[in-house]
Design a protein around this ligand. Structure first.
Ligand code: NAI
Ligand code: 15L
Length: 269
């Protein structure tokens, strides 16, 4: 096996759906993979893995978590819409804690799991690139938008480089008509994370995390320097998706890029 390019990569959200996938896929790139989550994780498989449970909302704990790492793949946090108070600690404070720890410990590269929900209020009739105005569709989307701003700030101020991946829908298969446009296969997700780790001079790059789907809403030309070449497409799943009863034409799932997130809440009053 070729010599790994990193000594110790930190993966947050390691107990989650995508964290479990990346736990396997990141191994070739690092001598040691440090795995972290607030939820229980499977035991380390050997010396190339180390478990470090941590609540992202705890600043001191995050500082200790990051010490000794040379890159961070940040997939931890609340991953769907909730009240502002629920999102605040893990996502807003937590991402700040990670960048602050990265600054203190000299980490120069972060891969940030951002989300399509930073632009979710755009209509599905629009085609967006990374410079399109954000239109967050939820407190969750707002937290990812803040994470992207943190990435810009920590690059401009401290030279920490980030790839923010605005992940569409990364699941084994697209589950509905909207996901025929937003689907990101696990192989294409892995390629994006690999590009984010190894591509030189990325500054803060924003890329839409989607496979080569036929009906896309996203144009990645502003991230062309990554060399991301998606290999998969939702097309082979179209027939099985369309065989199910379809949402009405005015259903948010058919109108907005963020789908049902645009009608979540309110959470009080
Ligand atoms: P997930 O919910 O399965 O995993 C998130 C993990 O974060 C969980 O294991 C959870 O325990 C952990 N976590 C939550 N609060 C925490 C805290 N306070 N401290 C430490 N860890 C905490 O979500 P999934 O699907 O694996 O997504 C991973 C990341 O990718 C998330 O940041 C999500 O927002 C983002 N993303 C995922 C998409 C998808 O299609 N799966 C789409 C867009 C973004
Ligand atoms: C996300 O940001 C969520 O983490 C994921 O669970 C899906 O809801 C996805 O977006 C999506 O928009 O399909």
């Amino acid at each position: 096996m070729p010599h790994p390019s990193f000594d110790r990569i930190l993966l947050t959200g390691a107990a989650g759906g995508l964290g479990k996938i990346l736990r396997e896929r990141l191994k070739p790139f690092t001598r040691v993979l440090r795995l972290s989550d607030i939820a229980p994780m499977e035991a380390a498989s050997g010396p190339a893995e180390e478990l470090h449970p941590c609540d992202l909302a705890d600043k001191q704990a995050v500082d200790e978590l990051v010490a000794g790492c040379d890159a961070i793949v940040h997939f931890g946090g609340v991953s769907t819409e909730h009240s502002f108070e629920t999102v605040l600690g893990p996502n807003i404070c937590g991402t700040y804690h990670l960048y602050e720890a990265a600054r203190r410990h000299g980490v120069k590269r972060v891969i940030f799991a951002s989300s399509n929900h930073v632009i979710g209020f755009h209509k599905q009739s629009e085609t967006l690139d990374a410079a399109s105005p954000r239109r967050p569709d939820s407190y969750y989307g707002l937290s990812k938008s803040f994470g992207e701003d943190l990435a810009t700030f920590y690059f401009d101020r401290y030279g920490i480089e980030t790839l923010s991946i605005r992940i569409g829908s990364s699941f084994p298969e697209p589950q509905n008509v909207r996901m025929l446009s937003t689907w990101l296969s696990y192989d294409d997700l892995t390629q994006l994370v690999e590009r984010g780790l190894h591509c030189e001079a990325i500054g803060h790059t924003v890329v839409y995390g989607a496979s080569a789907n036929a009906n896309t809403w996203w144009d990645n030309r502003l991230a062309a320097h990554l060399g991301y070449q998606p290999k998969d497409s939702s097309e082979p799943f179209r027939a099985q998706v369309m065989a199910h009863p379809q949402p009405a034409a005015d259903d948010p799932l058919r109108v907005y890029q963020g789908g049902a997130f645009v009608v979540a809440g309110p959470f009080e009053g």
